[in-house]
Write a new protein. Structure first.
Length: 77
């Protein structure tokens, strides 16, 4: 991870974008405070497998029954 200032990135933005493209993560600082992080986009991000949480929870039988009137009126207040 490389720390740079706004002034540095404004002087030669292409230089720093090439570093990001090469895999480097940059943290941009203004007055000793980090304000941004530039990092490469990962193209080979793995998708979560289908059914990852299978069996972790169950949907109750009454899931889609209407709510009681007092609960419905609480949303309207």
């Amino acid at each position: 991870m490389l720390n740079i200032t706004i002034d540095e990135i404004q002087r030669d933005p292409l230089k720093y974008l090439r570093q990001v493209e090469a895999g480097e993560t940059l943290v941009v600082f203004r007055a000793d405070e980090a304000i941004a992080e530039l990092k490469p986009i990962t193209k080979d991000k793995q998708l979560r497998p289908f059914g990852l949480c299978a069996g972790e929870f169950t949907v109750p039988e009454d899931f889609d029954t209407p709510l009681p009137e007092e609960q419905l009126s609480a949303f309207e207040d």
